[in-house]
Design a protein around this ligand. Structure first.
Ligand SMILES: Cc1cc2nc3c(=O)[nH]c(=O)nc-3n(C[C@H](O)[C@H](O)[C@H](O)COP(=O)(O)OP(=O)(O)OC[C@H]3O[C@@H](n4cnc5c(N)ncnc54)[C@H](O)[C@@H]3O)c2cc1C
Length: 161
């Protein structure tokens, strides 16, 4: 079989995307991996049979695509946990670990005060409720400046809310 299948007309250009395909050592999974590679995606292929995955990766690579193999039994929760711990990364823009908000689950309130802890504020990217659509450095600096105003009382109108 060719390394890649001709890109189906209905499929978008996936250049720059990463696709994770499980059960990729045979059948539909293998075929899907080839299609995604033909659309330009970098394809991570996972299955128990590493030897078959290596052959698939070699074929996709020879045809000009990008793929890499992960030996993984999807029915094995412990192996899945371990794989996620070993491979996942936050890359450049981690946010939201101390989300601000008005709901009970928010770590800090809209004035950046940590709920339930007197006098403690958070002023960094962790308070962003969601990842912003642009880069995070400028918003993080804005959060710092805003928090300084809350703490010094120079933003009394909002801080008093
Ligand atoms: C490789 C890379 C490239 C990036 N490129 C861009 C870019 O081009 N444009 C952009 O807008 N954003 C970029 N970012 C994102 C940007 O750097 C962050 O969004 C921003 O720095 C977040 O600010 P912060 O104050 O939340 O955290 P940080 O800047 O990470 O500051 C946290 C500080 O806390 C300190 N610290 C941690 N733990 C402790 C502790 N226990 N005790 C004392 N101090 C501690 C750390 O040493 C650090 O100084 C990039 C990030 C990375 C990693």
């Amino acid at each position: 079989m060719d390394g890649m299948i001709e890109r189906p007309a209905a499929f978008a250009d996936l250049t720059g995307r990463v696709a994770f395909v499980t059960g990729a050592s045979s059948g539909l999974g293998e075929r899907f991996a080839r299609v995604l590679a033909s659309c330009g995606a970098k394809v991570a292929v996972a299955a128990r049979r590493k030897d078959r995955l290596d052959a698939l990766v070699a074929q996709i690579t020879a045809a000009g695509g990008t793929a890499f193999a992960i030996a993984l039994d999807m029915g094995d929760d412990a192996a899945l946990d371990q794989m996620i711990r070993n491979r996942s990364d936050t890359v450049y823009h981690p946010v939201g670990t101390a989300r601000m908000g008005s709901d009970a689950d928010a770590v800090c309130d809209p004035q950046l005060r940590v709920r339930g802890v007197q006098g403690l504020y958070i002023a960094d990217a962790s308070v962003m409720p969601r990842l912003v659509s642009g880069n995070t450095n400028a918003p993080a600096m804005m959060i710092g400046e805003r928090c300084a105003r809350f703490i010094t009382g120079r933003d009394r109108k909002t801080a008093a809310a």
